[in-house]
Structure formats: C-alpha cells, structure tokens
Design a protein around this ligand. Structure first.
Ligand code: ATP
Ligand code: MG
Length: 632
C-alpha cells in the first residue's frame, strides 16, 4: 500500500500520471487526449479531448452487474413513504424523465432548473438532465420567489422541474405558488414547467406552459434515451454558494473532472465499496447533496439514501433507525444537524444497532469540540471532519483513510487531500508560511484539481477577480478561510477571513471565542461578532442560545448566565477575549444551509443595512437579536 504522503506527493509532482490512473475509474467514450490543460491559468481544462457522460457512469455502467441492487432509497418521514429504486429501475425512470425533458424542448447545453423537495424525482431530474447533455441548476427548495427569480434569470433555463409542495415538520410547504411568483418577477421565461404532483396541495396549471410529470411519464414508459457523450469540459451543472459572506456565486462544474474526482474520492477518502450504503443527510440544493447524495455513491455502485424530513421527527432517533434498517456503512451530515440532536437524550441514538457504520463524516462548518465529543460518544463510531466549499465540489482537507489509516486530531479536519496543493499565505504580503502553527489564509496553488469549479457561470472575470487576485503578487486560489498547520501537516480552520476582529490592537478570531463559549455547559449554540467601538476599535458581542429555553425570556437568568459565560472565557482565553456583552436569543440567524450569518448579526449590531439576506433561513431570528439588544 502507498503511504498517504507518497500518494499526495504523486498527485502534485507527477500530476498527469496520477490523474491518468484515477481517470481509469470511470468509463470514457473517447479517452482524454490530455490530462490537464493549464495553458491559460487559472482556467484548468481537465481530461481535455476526452468524452464521457455523468449519468452513464452513475447508472448505465452498473446495470449489467448490479441491476437488481438498490441504487436510490427515498425515505420521507413527512409523507411516511419509503421507496427503493434498483439500478435497473432507476435506469428506466431516468430515461422516462430524459424523454420528457427532450419532448419539452431541452437540448444539449440547455439549462434545466430544478426547484424541488427531497423526493426521488429530484434526483431523477438531475440524472436525466446530465444524461442528455443539459446543464442542471438546482435551487434549494426552501428559497422564496425573489431568490428563485434571480437564479432563473442567471441560469435562463429551457425547462424548470418543480412540484406542488415540499413538507417540513408535518406541514405542507407549497412550491408552485412561489414558482409562479418567481416566474412573474423573472425576465427570463422558460419554455415549459414540469411538475410532480404529490397531492399535497392543489395546483393551478398554466395552459401551454405547465405539464404534469405523471402524464409525460405515462407517455414515455418505454423510453430509451441514450446517453449524450459530451466533452470532459462540458458543464454538468451550476450551483450557488451559500451566501454566507455576500452575494452567492454561481459555480460552474465540468463533466469529466467531476466524475473522476468523485469516483476517486469513494475508495480513497471514504474507504467505500460498491454494494455498500451511503446516507448523506444534506439537501440536493447544496454541493454536499450533489456530490454525496447523488453522484459519488452511484458512480461507485453503492446504494444512496435520500431523506425528506427533519432529524427529530417522529423522534430524534429517526436517522439512526435508518442506519439500522438499511445497514448504512457511510453517513455524512453537518455539525448544525448534530447540534439539533444534542439538545435531546443520546438514548435516542444508542438504542439502535449502528454496528454497520464505518464512520460519520461531518462538513460545512467548524466542528466544535463539545459537539464532536457528544456525537462520538453517542454513536461510538469514528467522527471525521472534512473541509471544503461549493467551489471545490469535494473535500480539500480530511483524512484519506482508504489510502492509509490516519489518526484524527481533535479540532482538525485533517491533511490536504491529494490533488490539492494547499498553502498558508500571509494575506498582506502574499508570502508563503512554512513554519508549524503560523496563521495564514488557506490558499490552493493552481491548477485546482479535477472536480473544482471551472469558472463562475457566464462570468470568467468574476472568477479570476474573486478567487485569484485577492492575494498580493500571486495567482493563487483564495478560500477566504484562515488556518494553521501543525508540524505533521494537520490543518486547523480558524474561521473566515472576514471574521477576525481587532480589539484594542489584538486580532482575535471570532471562532476561538465561539469555541470557548460553546464549551460552557449551559450553552447550546453561540455566534460572536466584532462590532465597532469608539474606544477599542472593535468589541466582541456574543449572541447565545441557552440549553434551557426559559433563559432568554428571564432577565435575571440572562444576567447570571452572562456573568458565568464571561468568567468561563476569561479563564480559558483571557480577559482580552471576553465578549463585551452576551445576549440571549432562542435562535440564531443562519443561512438555509445552516451556517451562521455573522455578517447580518454584525450589521444589526452596528445598525447598518444588512445587505443580501436572500439565503437567510428565518428573518425572525434577526428580529430577536434586535429585541435582545434593545432590552440591554
Ligand atoms: P459564500 O461563499 O457565498 O459566502 P459559503 O462560503 O458559506 O457562502 P459554502 O461553499 O456552502 O458557502 O461553504 C464553504 C465554507 O464553509 C468554507 O469556506 C468554510 O468557511 C466553511 N466550512 C466548510 N466545511 C468546514 C469545516 N469542516 N470546518 C470549518 N469550516 C468549514
Ligand atoms: Mg464561500
């Protein structure tokens, strides 16, 4: 077995040899003429000259050997349904959808926008779209009409696939009226809208534009739609970032590089085998959902579970009951979901047989130590943090246990993944930091590995200016996250580059203060922001959710807990890090993907305009912040 260090070295120093070998993991119609064309940096053209198809690699190539094996298991605790599609059934279903899309006018290179709840048809629409060489653009189902309208105008879809409604915590959430509203707002008009009628809420159909999936499906029951072979560099999809730091960016993904990257990640990162079962609790509206609910498990011949519902209904054991029932081997979730479970008795998790589970991977946000400890002791399986971005499509930092088993280090997502030439850079001078534990901006030397964004959709200039021009004197990809690396190559993420505050000349990461406060036994969740202060330049304000729901409404309890939290920070980090105030609320403002919206908190605290809030989960959270500050 190659050591991980050697594996990583090859991936950078013998790049083309390394990736030529990984490219063997997928089927090509025409093998690549070149492995990496980097003649026009920072634009990398992976596997140029090759032709392949993402849907072929995810489904068709498995049908002969594993036609009867489960491919997609769609579970909804909202409608109490569970449906398993074998590879053969998924193959048939995707062709029906592909035929329907073609009948509605979709051709190679056209966009198909998907605005759907977590139902099997959403996955089928994605797969059908790439099957015919169209480019899908999934818009998270929780977005309202305004956000959807901007995305419609950006993607300019030929067809939009949607549904009557989603369902959340037992309540139907209508989609069709929001879609109609968005189509009223958008200047682009699609040729057709394809609707899945789940029978949750009545729909008004617009004659000539709206079509029912059930009807089209019936017309195309025996459809045979061959895969369209596309160039490796043909876009497979576009997807927006979460908008945590500003206006979301439309990431454009290729076909060949993405398929190879995901195929290689399954054995190397996840130590996964065909026939096993992957359960990723994300949403298809996010990159984690694209890569690890849909494409990677299928490319690797695994079964994948798609889940509609919340993690605590009918009770907080529901996900773990699925692990037992479907003998899940790989589970992937986010710290934010685990923090929801953490408010409940761990009994809910431990009563199930979780012995099939190899590990639980978590990504999307910093994994704080109390949360990691709680879930680790509750399920008794390894917890593996992994750090990446919508832009990269697959992990930048984690443990590649399939290459070589590696010990995890607390607070660290691990080492640089193969293919990623990660550097720590002094953000001001552009100098590379090579000593252990020096704090710098996490940057990636080009070319970005396969699977990473090709560009920003329709905006090459924004791609170059945003990611590659922000560090003085060098063309290097900026992640906009701070980190340090220890002497063994493990990285620690210190927060986003715009989350650093300056208190009387001391530069503090809000993440460190949050980490300390969340370690306080009475705190469930916390956000810390730097707020302008006449005297000190900036002060840290903390907004916290207490474990006891009654605290926020009780001024005396607030005062007592505030004092206790401040003492805790003093003892752990020193008085310089002590927040000027700790305000208690019952929820924090988050993006719909569950990330803290610190910039909105900061704007409210500084009484400024809040900027783009289109990706915010619940506006009531900001209102609570305002009220907590007024109460003082
Ligand atoms: P935008 O770029 O629009 O502001 P966003 O960065 O939140 O939004 P995503 O691509 O969904 O959009 O999130 C990627 C970011 O999430 C990373 O840059 C990092 O800040 C954070 N992140 C992801 N995984 C981890 C992790 N394991 N540990 C710490 N931070 C993480
Ligand atoms: Mg980002």
């Amino acid at each position: 077995m190659t050591s991980f260090a050697e594996f990583h070295r090859q991936s950078i120093e013998d790049r083309d040899v390394f990736w030529a070998a990984q490219a063997q993991l997928i089927d090509w119609k025409v093998p690549p003429a070149q492995i990496c064309d980097y003649s026009n940096p920072p634009f990398a053209r992976w596997f140029a000259g090759g032709q392949t198809n993402l849907c072929h690699n995810a489904i068709d190539r498995h049908v002969a050997a594993r036609g009867d094996q489960p491919a997609l298991i769609a579970v909804s605790t909202e409608t109490n349904t569970e449906r398993t599609y074998t590879y053969a059934q998924l193959h048939a279903e995707v062709q029906r959808m592909a035929a329907a899309l073609q009948a509605l006018g979709v051709k190679k290179g056209d966009r198909v926008q998907i605005y759907m709840p977590m139902i099997a048809e959403a996955a089928i629409a994605m797969l059908a779209s790439v099957r015919i060489g169209a480019i899908h653009s999934v818009v998270f189902g929780g977005f309202a009409s305004g956000s959807l309208a901007t995305r419609i105008d950006d993607a300019q879809p030929t067809v939009i696939v949607s549904a009557d409604a989603g369902s959340r915590a037992g309540r139907a959430v209508p989609y069709k009226p929001l879609l109609d509203e968005a189509l009223g707002l958008a200047s682009h008009k699609p040729q057709a809208v394809l609707l899945v009628d789940r029978g949750l809420v009545p729909m008004n159909l617009v004659a000539g534009r709206d079509h029912l999936w059930a009807e089209l499906r019936a017309q195309h029951l025996d459809a045979q739609v061959p895969c369209e072979w596309v160039d490796a560099t043909h876009p497979s999809y576009t997807l927006y970032t979460s908008g945590t730091t500003g206006k979301p960016k439309g990431v454009q993904r290729d076909t060949g590089g993405y398929t190879v990257a995901l195929a290689s990640s399954m054995p190397a990162i996840f130590d996964a085998k065909p026939g096993q079962t992957f359960f990723c609790t994300s949403d298809i509206g996010w990159v984690v959902g694209h890569s690890y609910i849909i494409y990677a498990p299928l490319i690797h011949g695994m079964a994948t579970i798609m889940y509609e519902g919340v993690p605590i209904r009918p009770d907080p054991g529901v996900w773990w009951s699925l692990v037992e029932k479907y003998k899940v081997t790989h589970m992937f979730s986010a710290p934010t979901a685990i923090r929801v479970l953490k408010k409940h008795d761990p009994e809910y998790l431990t009563k199930y047989d979780l012995s099939s589970l190899q590990a639980l991977w978590l990504a999307g946000e910093p994994l704080d130590e109390p949360t990691a400890n709680w879930i680790s002791s509750a399920i008794g399986r390894p917890i593996i943090d992994n750090y990446w971005q919508t832009e990269t499509g697959w992990p930048i930092l984690t443990l590649c246990n399939g290459v070589e088993k590696q010990a995890s280090r607390f607070g660290s997502p691990g080492k640089a993944v193969y293919g990623y030439n990660v550097k720590l850079i002094d953000g001001e001078t552009g100098a590379e930091l090579t000593e252990p534990m020096q704090k710098g901006v996490i940057a990636i030397e080009g070319p970005l590995p396969p699977g990473n964004l090709m560009t920003i959709w329709r905006d090459d200039q924004r791609f170059v200016n945003t990611y590659w021009k922000s560090i003085p004197g060098r063309l290097i990809y900026n992640t906009f996250d701070w980190g340090v690396r220890d002497k063994d190559g493990y990285y620690f993420i210190l927060g986003r580059t715009d989350d650093v505050i300056n208190v009387a000349g001391h530069r503090l990461g809000t993440r460190e203060i949050e980490e300390s406060i969340s370690g306080h036994a009475s705190i469930a969740e916390v956000a810390v922001v730097g707020v302008a202060d006449n005297l000190k330049g900036q002060v840290a304000l903390a907004f916290a959710v207490a474990r006891d729901n009654n605290v926020a409404g009780d001024p005396q309890a607030c005062a007592a807990l505030e004092k206790s939290v401040c003492n805790h920070v003093d003892a752990q980090l020193g008085a310089v890090a002590r927040p000027a105030r700790v305000y208690f609320v019952s929820m924090l403002p988050k993006t719909r993907s569950g990330k803290l919206l610190r910039r909105a908190l900061q704007a409210v605290a500084e009484k400024r305009e809040t900027g783009d809030l289109s990706t915010m989960e619940d506006p009531a959270a900001l209102q609570q912040v305002v009220e907590a500050m007024i109460r003082g």
